[in-house]
Design a protein around this ligand. Structure first.
Ligand code: ADP
Ligand code: MG
Length: 264
């Protein structure tokens, strides 16, 4: 997809550096983003000129087949990987303008992550895991907020359990609560229900969607599952590293239909 000068997500400033607000309503986004892995004959263009913005207070799903560049996009948005060209921003901050220390601080305080593998520390309790990103920064966090998150994810009576004493779904709830603990500007989730059965996955998705509607959080979730994507407010479709289309208020049937059209 080439960048559309009429699109509201396109900033007027240069891509790459600077700190001007890009788009007041956007929690994060990328502009003309390309990512190339390898070189020469082994070159893989994982992202190809992608421009997309993610609005505050919404739950967006990034949907596409395996290898379409979903994880690459999420990692570049979250400052876990860098673009080959183009710009990624969180709020009014271009990630490329930050040094390592500032990027680490931004990831710790303004971004939350949920991965397919829950990535909990086995020796810590549920509550200690949830508080860990704050503790690591010598930060107590907002106690009332963390209590709200813990009770909203339904872990109030599991605070002192270690991961091995929790079900897979409960462990992923701990991971989601951990991502929300700092009250980040945006949460990125990469296939968060990929290791869960559909019932348990549905519970996690319900919670994520209530974190957006009830706790006013912003979530961007990568998935290849139309049912998972249907929990979102908006679906962005990618294929071959390019943005294909998008859909508001999706249902799993409409998503499936769109996927079939994309295959043609
Ligand atoms: P998705 O998450 O949609 O399955 P990815 O973003 O993981 O897709 O990958 C997009 C493309 O980039 C794939 O062709 C993948 O093989 C390639 N790729 C991803 N990460 C790397 C890497 N670290 N080195 C080389 N190629 C990579
Ligand atoms: Mg992936």
């Amino acid at each position: 997809m080439t960048s559309d000068p009429g699109a509201p997500v396109t900033p007027s400033g240069p891509t790459g550096h600077g700190d001007a607000p890009v788009h007041a309503a956007a929690a994060a986004g990328v502009v003309d983003a390309s990512k190339v892995y390898g070189s020469g004959g082994a070159e893989v263009r994982a992202l190809d000129e992608v421009t997309v913005a993610f609005d505050r207070g919404r739950f967006t799903a990034i949907m596409g087949p395996s290898g379409s560049g979903k994880s690459t996009l999420l990692h570049c948005l979250a400052g876990l990987d860098t673009l080959t060209s183009g710009a990624a921003y969180v709020g009014d901050t271009y990630l490329a303008s930050l040094d390592d220390a500032a990027l680490t601080e931004l990831r710790r305080t303004r971004i939350g992550f949920v991965f397919q593998a829950f990535n909990l520390i086995p020796t810590l309790t549920a509550e200690e895991n949830i508080r860990l990103p704050l503790t690591l920064g010598g930060d107590e966090g907002d106690r009332e907020w963390i209590d709200t998150v813990i009770s909203t994810v339904g872990l109030a009576d599991r605070r002192d359990h270690r991961p091995s004493e929790l079900s897979g779904g409960q462990q992923q709830r701990v991971a989601v609560a951990r991502a929300l603990a700092s009250r980040p500007q945006i949460v990125f989730a990469d296939e968060p229900t990929g290791n869960l059965d559909s019932t348990t996955g549905g519970e996690i998705l319900e919670f994520m969607s209530s974190a957006v509607s009830d706790l006013d959080q912003t979530i961007v979730m990568v998935t290849h599952d139309p049912v998972a994507a249907s929990f979102a407010d908006r679906v962005v479709f990618v294929a071959d590293g390019r943005l294909q289309s998008e859909m508001d208020d999706p249902t799993s049937d409409r998503i499936l239909e769109r996927m079939k059209q994309m295959d043609r």
